[in-house]
Write a protein that binds this ligand. Structure first.
Ligand code: PEP
Length: 248
């Protein structure tokens, strides 16, 4: 944890659940009344408004999982940052490895989307992380530093942008890096943010993501420069998500 920084526990629901399940999950998270961390849930696009309703009166924030780089236009099937803002989203996950893989999003595309998010006054949660081959060949830190340089726009720090370090090979696999490896990568990310954004980079939140569960959350969240978690699978079970948040 970075001293003085309020941790963020974010749930990425991906393309899971039905409308009634989304409402119920959001309601259960809202009732959790976690003290030590800010909570964020990121449902699929069609569920943003109903989840916003289920969160009403709580402090749980609402986010989306992607957006288009343009504010409007002929882009069939896409969703813009102004639309997300209209639906109550305060955060937008960008550059998740599943989008980089499924939709060929590169750093330049992620940066353009992040600029669109900043233009609406929303907070980008930019994901970075190495593949298993890159980790094994000792390139992990260089790869992540390159992704940060390419994906983060100017203005990221002023907007209190969030970075999520998510090793691709740890997502949904039940495998995690060692605590030493997580700590080393977060220290490197902190150094990159400070070099690029100065003092403001010293307090930006850096989340860890990849198979975070109630059983490993406490140890991971206690590491230096780990300012919260981006949680996939375990965020679909309210009790697990709240247990992770309570481990801060
Ligand atoms: C994710 O997809 O952002 C993620 C971290 O997934 P999981 O927690 O299931 O590994």
């Amino acid at each position: 944890m970075t001293p003085g920084v309020r941790p963020l526990i974010a749930g990425n629901w991906k393309m899971h659940g039905s409308l009634s399940e989304a409402r119920a999950l959001a309601g259960a998270v809202a009732e959790g009344k976690v003290q030590g961390a800010e909570l964020l849930v990121c449902p699929p696009f069609p569920y943003l408004l109903p989840v916003q309703g289920a969160l009403a009166g709580s402090t749980v924030a609402l986010g989306a999982q992607d957006c288009h780089a343009a504010a409007k236009g002929a882009h069939t099937g896409d969703i813009s940052a102004p639309m997300l803002k209209d639906c109550g989203a305060g955060f937008v996950i960008l550059g998740h490895s599943e989008r980089r893989a499924d939709h060929g999003e590169d750093d330049a595309a992620v940066r353009a989307k992040a600029e669109a998010v900043l233009a609406e006054g929303l907070v980008p949660v930019v994901c970075v992380g190495e593949s298993e081959a890159q980790r094994l060949s000792g390139e992990a830190e260089a790869v992540v530093a390159g992704q940060l340089a390419g994906s983060l726009p100017e203005g990221f720090a002023q907007a209190h942008g969030v970075v999520a370090y998510e090793p691709v090979w740890a997502i949904g696999t039940g495998r995690t890096p060692t605590e030493d490896d997580i700590a080393a990568m977060h220290a490197r990310i902190r150094a990159e943010l400070a070099a690029r954004f100065g003092a403001a980079g010293g307090t930006l939140r850096i989340l860890y993501g990849g198979s975070v569960k109630p059983g490993n959350a406490k140890a991971i969240l206690a590491l230096p420069h780990v300012d919260g978690a981006l949680v996939g699978g375990a965020s679909l079970v309210a009790a697990d998500f709240l247990a992770i948040a309570s481990a801060v």
